[in-house]
Unconditional design. Structure first.
Length: 622
C-alpha cells in the first residue's frame, strides 16, 4: 500500500470507544456481570425481531436491511438470568455504581455532565438484544484529550447496556448468550479531529489509559472495542466496527484511506467509460453441464444462476482495494449478507471449475462486450435474487464513488461490508426508565496510570519498566494492597508480574490463584517463613490445590523455612566438598558454590542469608 499525504487527501477520522464497566450488577437489573460458559446454560428460547418506525414515522435503513435477512435468534439463559434480560419485564432503574464510574470518566475527559440523563432506545434487530433495541444514556459532552499532534475533542460520553454475546451461527440464524447482555458499557465518541493513522492510535491509547485508571473496567478479550470513523475529502464517511487491538488502528485507517483512493480512481474510470449496470438475468442454462463444484452443487439442490451485466467494468472488478481484497470482494460481501456463499466474476474467470467456453457463453447470454464484466451468483432462487440485486446496487455506487457504510474489522487490518450507516431514525425515548439527575460534585478523580508509574518509581524505587508493568497490569490493586501491608514493593511487583507470567508460560493454571493466595505467599516471605526463591514452587502447588493455605503448600513442596543453624550446616557441607577449589581460587569460587548451596537448600532459605553465610565460611579457609 502506497504512502499517502493525509493532509492533501483531507483525512478526517474519529473514534468510538466501547468499554465494559466492572460493576457488581448489570445496568437495568440486579443480575451479576460475570461471564459464563455456554455449556453452563440451563435453558434456551427463540425470538424473531422486526424493525419498527421511530416517533418520526421513519424506519432506519440499517435496521431495514438487517430485517431482510430471515433469521431466528436463539438465546442461552442461565441460573442467573432474570425476566429483564429476557425482555419479559420492564427494566429497573439505572445502576448507581455504573453512573458514578461514568461520571469519573467524564471528569477525566474534561467533559460537562448533563443536568438530566434520559434513557433512549437505539433500534437493533440483529438479535444481539432480546428487546430489539439497546438502551443508551447521554452522560457527558464537550471534552478533550491531548495527543502529540494536538488536542482531540471528545463529543459525547454515553452509558449503555452491553449486547448479548454471539455464540454461533445456526441453520436457522444466530445463537446468543445472555450472560453478557446488560453489562454496563460506556461509549466515548471523539470529534473528527484526527488527521493521521498514528494520531488515531495515540488517541485510543490515551482514552484506554484513562478508562483503566478508574480501576472499574473489565479486562480481557472483548471487554473493550474500538470503532473508527474515516473519510477523505472526495470520499465518504465509513464506520469500521469491532477493532479489538490498539495495534490494528493505524493499519485500519491507512488501509481505509487506500480503499477510498482506489474507489475514487475506479469511479473516475467508470464514468469515463459511460459504465452502467444492466438488468439481472437468469443464465442457468449456460451452466447446465458445468463441472464447477459450487455451481453444480447449487443446481443439483434446485437452485439457479443469475448474472449481473456490468457495462464498462472489464478489468476493474478485479482491481485491488486493500491487501488481497478487490472490488469484486466488495460485491461478494453484499451477496453474502443475503445468504450467498459469494460471487464469481469475469475478471477472475475461467477458474473454480468454470471453463473458457462457459465464460464465452455467459458473455453472449447477457450481450457483454470486451469492455464489460459479468458477475454471477449460484444458490437457491430466493437467495440468488436478493444477492444479485445487492451486487447490482453495489455496482451502481461504484460508478458514483465511495458509499457511506458500516464495515467490520478483519484481523489483518482490512475491512468487510456489514450494513449501511445507521441514521437518527433508530433512536427514540425509553418510557420504562425515569430520567436521573447526575450529581458530579462528589465524584473523586482517580490517580491516572501515568501518575502511578511515576509514583511507583519515586516512592517504591521500582525501575521504569516494572513500574509500568504493575500500574497497567490487572493486579495493580493487589500490588497496592500488598505494599499497604508492608510487603517489599520490589518483591510484590516481581511476583505479581514476572513470576506469575513465567508460571503461566510453563503451563501452570495461574487462573486458579486468588488474591488471597498471592498475598499469603508474599506475607510468608515477608515474615521469613518462606524464602523468596521458593515462591514459584509454592504458587505452583496452590494452583494445583487451591484449597491449601500458603503454609500447607510450602510444606507439600518441601519448602518450609529453615533456621540459620540449618543454613550454616548445609553451607559448611558444600564448602568442605569443594575445599580444594576454595584453596586454589579463594573468594573467586563464591559464584559456583552459591548455586550449589542454594540447590542443596532447595529454596528453603533466603538467598541473601545463604550468601552471607557462604562468604563467611569461605573466608575462614582463606
Amino acid at each position: 500500500m502506497s504512502a499517502y499525504d493525509y493532509e492533501a487527501l483531507g483525512l478526517v477520522a474519529g473514534l468510538e470507544i466501547h468499554q465494559q464497566l466492572d460493576t457488581a450488577t448489570k445496568l437495568f437489573c440486579g443480575c451479576p456481570t460475570e461471564r459464563r460458559e455456554p455449556d453452563d446454560s440451563t435453558r434456551r428460547f427463540t425470538r424473531y425481531l422486526h424493525p419498527t418506525k421511530s416517533e418520526l414515522g421513519e424506519i432506519d435503513e440499517a435496521a431495514l436491511e438487517e430485517s431482510r435477512v430471515d433469521r431466528a435468534f436463539e438465546y442461552l439463559a442461565f441460573d442467573t438470568t432474570c425476566l429483564v434480560e429476557e425482555d419479559d419485564e420492564p427494566p429497573h432503574g439505572l445502576d448507581a455504581e455504573a453512573l458514578d464510574v461514568t461520571m469519573q470518566i467524564a471528569e477525566m475527559l474534561d467533559m460537562t455532565v448533563v443536568d438530566q440523563a434520559h434513557v433512549m432506545r437505539k433500534l437493533v434487530v440483529d438479535g444481539s438484544n432480546t428487546s430489539g433495541f439497546q438502551r443508551s444514556t447521554l452522560i457527558g459532552q464537550d471534552g478533550q484529550i491531548q495527543t502529540s499532534d494536538g488536542p482531540v475533542g471528545v463529543e459525547d460520553l454515553l452509558l449503555e447496556e452491553e449486547s448479548a454475546g454471539r455464540v454461533a451461527e445456526t441453520d436457522a440464524g444466530v445463537r446468543y448468550s445472555l450472560d453478557r447482555l446488560g453489562i454496563p458499557l460506556v461509549e466515548i465518541g471523539t470529534k473528527p479531529d484526527i488527521s493521521s493513522p498514528g494520531q488515531a492510535r495515540e488517541a485510543a491509547e490515551r482514552i484506554g489509559m484513562l478508562l483503566r485508571s478508574t480501576g472499574k473496567v473489565k479486562r480481557g478479550l472483548g471487554t473493550i472495542r474500538q470503532d473508527v470513523n474515516v473519510s477523505i475529502a472526495e470520499g465518504a464517511r465509513v464506520e469500521m466496527k469491532g477493532v479489538q487491538s490498539l495495534d490494528d488502528i493505524d493499519d485500519l485507517v491507512r488501509f481505509e484511506v487506500g480503499r477510498q483512493v482506489e474507489l475514487l480512481d475506479i469511479a473516475e474510470e467508470l464514468q469515463s467509460r459511460d459504465a452502467a449496470v444492466g438488468d439481472v438475468q437468469d443464465v442457468t442454462t449456460v451452466f447446465e453441464d458445468t463441472d464447477s463444484g459450487v455451481i453444480r452443487g447449487a443446481l443439483d439442490a434446485g437452485g439457479n444462476v443469475l448474472a449481473v451485466p456490468l457495462r464498462g467494468f472489464d478489468g476493474l472488478v478485479g482491481r485491488e482495494l486493500q491487501p488481497d481484497r478487490r472490488l469484486g470482494t466488495e460485491f461478494s460481501d453484499h451477496a453474502k449478507r443475503h445468504g450467498a456463499g459469494g460471487i464469481f466474476h469475469t475478471d477472475e474467470l475461467p477458474a473454480y471449475g468454470v471453463t473458457e467456453a462457459e465464460v464465452a457463453a455467459l458473455r453472449e447470454a447477457v450481450d457483454a462486450g470486451p469492455e464489460d464484466a459479468v458477475a454471477i451468483v449460484a444458490d437457491d432462487p430466493k437467495t440468488t435474487e436478493l444477492a444479485a440485486d445487492a451486487v447490482a446496487d453495489r455496482a451502481e455506487t461504484a460508478i458514483e464513488g465511495v458509499p457511506e457504510e458500516t464495515r467490520g474489522a478483519n484481523d489483518d487490518g482490512t475491512t468487510r461490508y456489514l450494513r449501511p450507516l445507521p441514521g437518527a431514525a433508530r433512536m427514540y425515548p425509553e418510557t420504562d426508565v425515569p430520567p436521573v439527575e447526575p450529581d458530579p460534585s462528589d465524584v473523586e478523580t482517580p490517580e491516572l496510570l501515568t501518575e502511578k508509574v511515576e509514583r511507583y518509581q519515586s516512592e517504591f524505587g521500582l525501575d521504569a519498566g516494572l513500574a509500568e508493568q504493575v500500574a497497567y497490569g490487572r493486579r495493580m490493586p493487589l500490588f497496592e494492597e500488598a505494599v499497604s501491608r508492608g510487603i517489599d514493593a520490589t518483591l510484590a511487583a516481581g511476583t505479581l508480574e514476572s513470576t506469575v507470567t513465567e508460571l503461566r508460560r510453563d503451563g501452570v493454571a495461574v487462573e486458579n490463584l486468588t488474591d488471597d493466595h498471592l498475598l499469603d505467599v508474599l506475607e510468608s516471605v515477608d515474615d521469613g517463613d518462606l524464602a523468596k526463591e521458593g515462591i514459584g514452587e509454592v504458587l505452583t502447588v496452590l494452583a494445583e490445590n487451591p484449597d491449601l493455605s500458603a503454609e500447607e503448600a510450602a510444606e507439600e513442596a518441601g519448602l518450609a523455612g529453615v533456621s540459620e543453624a540449618e543454613v550454616r550446616e548445609a553451607v559448611v557441607e558444600v564448602v568442605e566438598r569443594n575445599a580444594e577449589q576454595i584453596d586454589e581460587e579463594g573468594m573467586a569460587a563464591f559464584s559456583a558454590l552459591m548455586g550449589e548451596a542454594m540447590g542443596a537448600l532447595r529454596g528453603k532459605a533466603d538467598g541473601e542469608v545463604v550468601s552471607d553465610v557462604l562468604r563467611e565460611e569461605i573466608g575462614k579457609r582463606t
